[in-house]
Design a protein around this ligand. Structure first.
Ligand SMILES: Cc1cc2nc3c(=O)[nH]c(=O)nc-3n(C[C@H](O)[C@H](O)[C@H](O)COP(=O)(O)O)c2cc1C
Length: 491
């Protein structure tokens, strides 16, 4: 194995140790087999000999250096079994079952922790070029994990744990650029050791050359991506990594699930008239006509504002919710549109500026009880919300209503791991189309917005944006008969 590299300049040699990745477990079978498990991945070793068995058990418990591997195997099974055991270790490493620690003599420097699993999951080795400067990648993130600074890149399946805190200083120095000499000085290690650290950081794509850094900034396709968008994209899709993605019920043991119907205790709600669905069915245009006619309409008929009965019908047909039971210990429901897991975390808050029969202000639509719950009167934050929405929709006059869509994130995040926020945005897209179709069928003026003022909404509603942030916005009003279906600018 490529394990001991002599330090030049009199420094200590670089050594490696290994351990089973911490998100995997080793399970002994009754037939004498040993199985490694991690999310959907399995690796079973049928009848490993005494030495291999001992090695796997040691790897599952702690760091094991190459020297210890040789000693362990030769002690248990003799010198001739050392090579096969090392081949097993090499295979486990290549398939990303192991974490790898690099140390200078007995000083641990960094841990290489894979996020992928299986053959080909490790990035190709990218040894540093002597004399070249390396910079911190635009896509590198730093965060604390297990008591150390961990550097990760959305462009790599290998993360780097800075076991030696001085590595943090190396990464900071790499913002303008570092070479092997500066790394050696900052870490107080020999040149060969510094070169090895650079190799590992370059392989994990935490550090990149000047040319690569410029390509990250200036060249397609990387120039298009912001680090946070690429990270959200990578994390919320399976395949490029072996982190959990999906319904793992990650919070089940820690928190009670929240009910489908949002609790309300702020006073009297406005009961809404139930729409007569039989009459609606007779009066609605054909579905094919609704789909063909759907347009964004950015002008409202203020001479004849939306009446509360029409708003009630719109809300009912877009969002009316019934409880259908429990799945995985959590209440689920039914709505006119599909939602991830039937959890239906989205809520609608109409900001009513002009609606016949309803005082201006912010309301919450209780989609189970079909009523509007007053949340706030017309305060300065309402003006800001309305002004932002009007500008975003490039409307000639303020919209009659802005339907602010929030997500009760804890309902979805209770179950889903890795993909929750992406799922919320998908659900918001589905609701948006539902609102477009209902508004079109009703002859109203609908328009989605790409963004809304979350801060103004949080201020006005008093809702904690970490508990129930606004995630989507929709303009709705009465439609002028003389306005063609498609009107206004299209930002
Ligand atoms: C997610 C989403 C965001 C949108 N954001 C805005 C926006 O911020 N302002 C706006 O005027 N229109 C917005 N629209 C409407 C689009 O501009 C419109 O759908 C597009 O121009 C096509 O026109 P049509 O809806 O009339 O077919 C948005 C639509 C969607 C689905």
């Amino acid at each position: 194995m490529t394990t001991v590299v002599s330090g030049s300049g009199g420094g200590p040699p670089v050594q490696e140790s290994y351990r089973l990745r911490r998100d995997a477990e080793l399970r002994p079978g009754e037939d004498g087999s040993l199985t490694l498990r991690q999310t959907r991945f399995r690796l079973t070793l049928g009848q490993p000999g005494m030495g291999r068995r001992a090695l796997l058990l040691r790897l599952a418990a702690d760091w094991v250096s190459d020297v210890e591997v040789s000693r362990l195997i030769s002690g248990l099974e003799g010198e001739s079994r050392v090579l096969p055991a090392q081949l097993l270790l090499r295979r486990l490493l290549a398939h990303s079952w192991l974490e790898r620690r690099v140390q200078a003599d007995d000083r641990p420097l960094l841990d290489l922790v894979p996020t992928g699993l299986g053959r080909g999951s490790l990035p190709e080795s990218r040894p540093h070029t002597p004399g070249v400067r390396y910079r911190l990648s635009r896509f590198a993130t730093l965060q604390p994990e297990r008591g150390m600074l961990v550097a990760a890149s959305s462009l790599s399946t290998l993360t780097v744990g800075c076991v030696d805190p001085a590595l943090g200083a190396v990464l900071a120095a790499a913002v303008p650029g570092v070479g092997a000499d500066a790394v050696a000085r900052t870490l107080g290690v020999a040149a060969a050791t510094a070169g090895r650290v650079l190799d590992e950081l370059a392989t994990a794509r935490i550090l990149v050359t000047d040319a690569e850094f410029e390509a990250e900034q200036d060249d397609a396709p990387l120039a298009y991506w912001s680090p946070e968008e690429l990270r959200l994209h990578q994390r919320s899709r399976a395949g490029g990594h072996a982190l959990p993605v999906g319904g793992t019920y990650r919070m089940r043991e820690r928190f009670a699930p929240q009910p489908l119907r949002r609790p309300y205790d702020r006073g009297r709600a406005v009961e809404l008239p139930l729409p007569d669905l039989a009459t609606i069915a007779k009066g609605d245009p054909a579905f094919s006509q609704v789909v063909a006619d759907r347009r964004s309409v950015r002008d409202h008929d203020d001479a004849s504002p939306l009446p509360v009965e029409r708003l009630a019908e719109f809300l009912y047909r877009s969002q009316h919710t019934t409880v259908v039971g429990e799945v995985g210990g959590q209440e689920v429901g039914h709505r006119p549109y599909p939602g991830g897991g039937g959890i239906h975390e989205l809520e609608i808050y109409p900001l009513v500026a002009r609606c016949a029969g309803l005082d201006p202000g912010l309301y919450h639509y209780d989609a189970v009880g079909h009523r509007l719950e007053p949340v706030a009167g017309w305060e300065p934050a309402a003006d800001r919300l309305l002004a932002y929405a009007r500008a975003a929709g490039a409307m000639p006059r303020p919209p009659q209503t802005v339907l602010v869509v929030t997500a009760r994130v804890q309902r979805l995040m209770w179950k889903y791991e890795g993909m929750s926020y992406a799922m919320i945005l998908k659900d918001a897209g589905v609701l948006t189309q539902q609102m477009y179709l209902v508004a079109t069928a009703m002859g109203l003026a609908p328009c989605a917005l790409g963004a809304g003022d979350s801060q103004a909404f949080a201020e006005l509603s008093g809702l904690d944006p970490l508990v129930e942030p606004s995630v989507a916005d929709f303009l709705l009003g009465s439609r002028r008969v003389d306005v063609p279906a498609a009107t206004g600018d299209r930002p």
